[in-house]
Design a protein around this ligand. Structure first.
Ligand SMILES: [Zn+2]
Ligand SMILES: [Zn+2]
Length: 322
């Protein structure tokens, strides 16, 4: 399978104009767009964690970090067209784009027009969080229903919670399986997801340290999208709290072991936790890749915001090219 992997980073640029956009979906492929590859750090280069998966007629969004609405718009995807949302865990950087996306997609312009409750899937606790958002937005919702006659149902959530590994979504040939990951003792629940459609598959690790469950769930997967953490040794000496953060995530060397054992057609990095401090610069993406290469020799792509992957007989990698 691996020999069929196509990594036409340069060739793909030539077809960007043909493939990029909301209307090029194929029934034969899963299309994945990295909307945000960052962590809580506010930076224009990497928005908050959010990954769009387009399969068949569905647009599924995994986490809704900072700026998800903006990146969807840049990708040519109307924000009102997101059918289902899946939350991995409750760190704020994974859901602080929720209110914007949910409320703005309800507005009448062409980008919005949501008139039905927004379907959100997540571990137990998701419903409480959404009830809190709903309460916070209640004055806005009441005003817009009275003033603009917006459809009341479009401001509601349709929540599905789960508490164990298993299939949580199975519609129109799309199967989403949730699996627990290990983000640290105090950070529970924490889940990753696998999407299967038409013989293609994508795994999204969520936030996790090295976890056997990801390797088991990624067997035979096409695309394995994984988080990563890295810091220079000088930083560890300087601030012991850095080790606490590292212990919640997966180092490049550990991710390489995951990739090597899981054997995806293509491994992709997202959610870069690149720690820095006074006089200690962050580890570069190039160094992240080099460190990964000490434990993994297979196909690997450093993800970027708005990078797109068309998963079919080949896996086409399409960087954002404004
Ligand atoms: Zn987290
Ligand atoms: Zn995170």
């Amino acid at each position: 399978m691996r020999s069929r992997t196509n990594l036409p980073r340069y060739a793909a640029i030539a077809v960007t104009g043909l493939l990029f956009g909301a209307t090029q979906l194929s029934a034969q492929t899963i299309n994945v767009t990295l909307l945000g590859t960052g962590d809580p750090t506010p930076t224009i280069e990497r928005f908050g964690p959010a990954t769009l998966v387009e399969a068949g007629e569905h647009r599924l969004l995994f986490d809704v970090g900072r700026g998800a609405s903006l990146r969807l718009t840049q990708a040519g995807v109307p924000i009102g067209s997101i059918d289902e949302v899946f939350l991995t865990h409750f760190h704020h950087d994974h859901l602080n784009g929720m209110t914007d996306l949910w409320m703005t997609a309800w507005l009448p312009p062409a980008y919005g027009q949501r008139s039905e409750p927004w379907r959100v899937f997540g571990p137990v606790g998701t419903a409480d969080i959404l009830a809190g958002l709903r309460q916070a937005m209640d004055p806005n919702i009441k005003i817009r229903i009275i003033d603009e006659q917006l459809p009341a149902a479009g401001a509601e959530f349709d929540v599905t919670e789960f508490s164990e590994d298993g299939v949580i979504f199975d519609e129109d040939g799309i199967v989403v399986t949730a699996f627990a990951v290990d983000h640290g003792e105090a950070i529970k629940p924490a889940y990753g997801y696998r999407v299967d459609y038409n013989g293609r598959s994508v795994v999204i690790s969520g936030d996790t340290r090295f976890d056997e469950n990801i390797i088991a769930m990624s067997e035979g997967v096409d695309l394995l999208i994984h988080e990563v953490v890295a810091a220079r040794d000088e930083l560890l000496d300087f601030d012991p709290r850095i080790q606490l953060i590292i212990d919640h995530h997966t180092t490049p060397e550990q991710a390489g072991v995951v990739f090597e054992r899981a054997g995806p057609r293509l491994a992709v990095y997202t959610h870069y936790v690149l720690l820095s401090g006074p006089n200690v610069p962050e580890v570069s993406i190039r160094e992240v890749i080099e460190r990964t290469r000490t434990t993994y020799s297979g196909p690997l792509q450093a993800g970027e915001d708005l990078m797109r992957f068309v998963v079919g007989d080949t896996i086409d990698v399409i960087p954002h090219n404004p």
